[in-house]
Design a protein around this ligand. Structure first.
Ligand code: URA
Length: 246
């Protein structure tokens, strides 16, 4: 550290207005140029009608049809997923998760980070940052995910022991175990998993002789649904501080 050498400041990203609009999910480049030519886009309160006008994207605000937009290079979103919603972008039996989000997120190819079953509720993260999605989904990462499970049969000390010691699922090479499990009430337990296998909580409960009647994800890493204060179906952008909790 120290020294008197010059400091290299990375150049700010400057993009033409049509590219900016397109990158934010406004629509095709042609449509974005049309909106600009029509005077529908204002920067600093002034309509900009030349699509070639370029702006630094960092912190850029503009209005489109008088709605304010803030430039975001990537989207990092938390959603309180309701039941009967599929996480897939091509849902087959229930509405897809994208129906709960603004249309421009669809244009930006936002994807769920991992999936919840259609009948599982709670914390779901979504992003258009492929590298982030990949890193978060990596089995090497061991991000703890906490679920609140409602069980058909009573929660017994033996059930908790079994889930923590590990249960063998028929298509898994080794037993899977909860990194934490605690009784919440006669028919509710909290279970923490570091893997994300298909129907994992439900299959582990079934293998341990119980049945999962309802399931809610209540946290991912240090990010809790409670702290986000989202109504069912509600969503929010995640701040850098919240992302660091993951
Ligand atoms: N485990 C399940 O069984 N379902 C989910 O949706 C998530 C974890």
């Amino acid at each position: 550290m120290g020294g008197t050498g010059s400091v290299t400041v990375p150049p700010m990203a400057k993009l033409s207005l049509d590219r900016i609009l397109q990158s934010q999910g406004v629509g095709t480049r042609k449509w974005c140029r049309q909106l600009i030519a029509d005077g529908e886009v204002k920067v600093g309160g002034t309509p900009v009608t030349d699509y070639r006008a370029s702006f630094e994207t960092d912190g850029l605000r503009f209005t489109l049809f008088d709605d304010e937009w803030v430039y975001r290079e990537h989207l990092y979103i938390a959603l309180n997923k309701p039941t009967d919603i599929e996480c897939s972008r091509k849902p087959s039996h229930h509405p897809g998760v994208m129906t709960l989000l603004p249309e421009e997120f669809n244009w930006r190819d936002v994807q769920a980070i991992g999936r919840l079953d259609h009948d599982t509720t709670g914390l779901l993260l979504l992003t258009d940052d492929g590298a982030f999605n990949h890193a978060m989904s990596s089995p090497k990462r061991h991000v703890p995910k906490r679920y609140l499970a409602t069980t058909a049969e009573q929660v017994t000390p033996a059930l908790i022991d079994t889930l923590v010691s590990g249960v063998q699922l028929h298509d898994e090479p080794a037993p899977l175990h909860a990194s934490e499990c605690l009784k919440v009430s006669e028919n509710q337990l909290e279970i923490v998993l570091e893997q994300g296998k298909y129907h994992q909580v439900k299959r582990m409960l079934a293998a341990a002789g119980n049945h999962c009647a309802a399931l809610q994800r209540i946290s991912i890493g240090g990010l809790t649904l409670d702290a986000l204060g989202l109504d069912e179906g509600g969503w929010c952008y995640l701040s850098d501080e919240q992302l660091a909790l993951l």
